[in-house]
Design a binder for this molecule. Structure first.
Ligand SMILES: NC(=O)c1ccc[n+]([C@@H]2O[C@H](COP(=O)([O-])OP(=O)(O)OC[C@H]3O[C@@H](n4cnc5c(N)ncnc54)[C@H](OP(=O)(O)O)[C@@H]3O)[C@@H](O)[C@H]2O)c1
Length: 352
C-alpha cells in the first residue's frame, strides 16, 4: 500500500464520540487532524477546526471544497429528533452532503468510518436476540443506521477506499451539552439526590435494575475506530464495540452510591424528565457553593436519555467476539470506567 501520512477528518467533533476521538488523535504523532462541527471543540492541541453546517451543501462546498489531503474520514455527526423516523432525513443528508464534497477530491482517501450503535438491532424498540451479533438481521425500518450502511456500501463499489462501522452502546465519555450522555445523567442525579438528603435510588423498575447491560467507554471506542480504520483486515465490516463486560444496574448501584458518599436505595421507578425538571435552582445553588463551571441546568443533562436507559426491562448485550477475532482485543471494567469518568467531571468542576 502507498505510504502516506494519515490525515483525519472528524465530523461531529464536539459530540461525545467525536470529541474523545479528537482528543485521542491529536495525542498521536501519526495523525494530523481536521475536524468539523458548528461549534468549536473545547480542547487544547494541534488541530484545525472548520465550523460548518453539514445540512447546508453550499456551506460545505465553500468551507471544505478545497480539502484534498484527507486520508481517513471519521463520521460521528448526529442529529437527535424526538421520533426515530424524523432522524432519517437529516442524518442521511449530513453524511451524503459531506461525502459529496470530500470524497471526489481526496485522491489519497483510504477509509471512511461511520458511528452507529446497538439500535441497529432495534434495542430502542424492545427485546432483541442477545448477545447481538453483527450478522443478525436488523428490525423494521425506519432506521438511519441501515440507510447510511446501504449508502456507504453502494458508494464504495469500484473505489480504492474502504469503510467500517462501529456499533457501541451507551457511550460514556466527557462531553457537555450532548443529548446522550449517561455519565452526566448518573453524576447529576446522584449529586442532586445527595443535596436533598436522599439515598441514591435506581430510577428504573426492578426488572430494569436486574437486566444485563453493557456500555462503551469513549476512549476504548476511539481506539477501536482507529484500529478498524487502519487494519486492512477489518475493511468493509461492521463491529460491535463495548467494554467487553456486562453488568446489572442493581450490582453497579452500590459502587456509584459509595463514590458519591451516599446510601444505595432500592429501585424506585420515576420519570426523570418530570422529576428532575424542577431542580434547576437546586443545581444553581450547588454550582455557586462548589464553584462549578456555570453551565445552564437545561443544557447539562438530557433527562429523557436517562429515561431511555432506565426503562428497558430486557437484556442489552452485544457480542464483541467478531472484533476480537479480527484483531481488537481491548476491554474495560465498566465499574472502574464510571468512577474514573466521575473523577474527570470533578476535575473539570462540572460536579462537586
Ligand atoms: N452517545 C451515546 O451514548 C451513543 C450510543 C450509541 C451510539 N451512538 C451514536 O454515535 C453517533 C454520534 O453520537 P454522539 O452521542 O457523539 O452525538 P452528539 O454528542 O450529539 O454529537 C453530535 C455531533 O454532530 C455535530 N452536528 C450536529 N448537527 C450538525 C450540523 N448540522 N452540522 C455540523 N455538525 C453537526 C455536533 O456538533 P455541533 O452541534 O457543534 O454542530 C456534534 O459534534 C450517533 O450516530 C449516535 O447514534 C451514540
Amino acid at each position: 500500500m502507498k505510504n502516506i501520512r494519515k490525515i483525519a477528518l472528524i465530523a461531529g467533533a464536539t459530540g461525545v464520540v467525536g470529541r474523545n476521538l479528537l482528543r485521542q488523535l491529536i495525542a498521536d504523532p501519526d495523525w494530523s487532524v481536521i475536524c468539523v462541527s458548528r461549534r468549536k471543540p473545547d480542547i487544547e492541541g494541534n488541530f484545525r477546526h472548520i465550523s460548518v453546517d453539514l445540512l447546508n451543501p453550499a456551506d460545505i462546498r465553500e468551507k471544505l471544497g478545497s480539502l484534498n489531503e484527507v486520508t481517513h474520514i471519521f463520521y460521528a455527526a448526529y442529529i437527535e429528533k424526538p421520533r426515530w423516523s424524523d432522524m432519517v432525513a437529516p442524518n442521511m443528508a449530513m453524511l451524503v452532503n459531506l461525502l459529496d464534497v470530500i470524497e471526489p477530491h481526496a485522491p489519497d482517501l483510504v477509509h471512511i468510518n461511520i458511528m452507529h450503535g446497538t439500535k441497529w438491532y432495534g434495542s430502542h424498540l424492545g427485546p432483541f436476540k442477545t448477545p447481538a451479533k453483527e450478522s443478525d438481521p436488523g428490525r423494521i425500518p425506519p432506521n438511519f443506521y441501515h440507510d447510511q450502511q446501504a449508502f456507504i456500501e453502494e458508494r464504495q463499489v469500484g473505489k480504492t477506499w474502504t469503510w467500517s462501522t462501529a456499533r457501541p452502546h451507551s457511550i460514556c465519555g466527557f462531553a457537555i451539552g450532548n443529548p446522550m450522555n449517561l455519565v452526566l445523567v448518573l453524576a447529576v442525579y446522584a449529586t442532586i439526590s445527595k443535596a436533598l438528603g436522599l439515598p441514591l435510588r435506581h430510577p428504573g423498575s426492578e426488572a430494569n435494575a436486574s437486566a444485563l447491560v453493557n456500555v462503551t467507554d469513549s476512549g476504548l471506542l476511539s481506539r477501536a475506530c482507529v484500529w478498524m480504520s487502519t487494519d486492512p483486515g477489518a475493511a468493509n465490516e461492521p463491529f460491535n464495540i463495548t467494554n467487553g463486560d456486562i453488568f446489572r444496574w442493581i450490582d453497579m448501584w452500590p459502587a456509584i452510591a459509595d463514590y458519591f458518599g451516599m446510601e444505595a436505595g432500592p429501585a424506585q421507578k420515576i420519570d426523570l424528565v418530570n422529576t428532575m425538571a424542577d431542580q434547576g435552582q437546586q443545581w444553581k445553588s450547588l454550582a455557586q457553593k462548589h464553584d462549578l463551571v456555570p453551565i445552564p441546568y437545561e443544557q447539562l443533562v438530557v433527562w429523557d436519555y436517562g429515561n431511555r436507559v432506565f426503562t428497558p426491562e430486557f437484556d442489552i448485550i452485544s457480542s464483541t467476539t467478531k472484533a476480537r477475532q479480527y484483531g481488537f482485543s481491548e476491554f474495560q471494567d465498566s465499574q472502574e470506567m464510571f468512577l474514573r469518568q466521575f473523577d474527570e467531571l470533578r476535575q473539570n468542576r462540572i460536579i462537586p
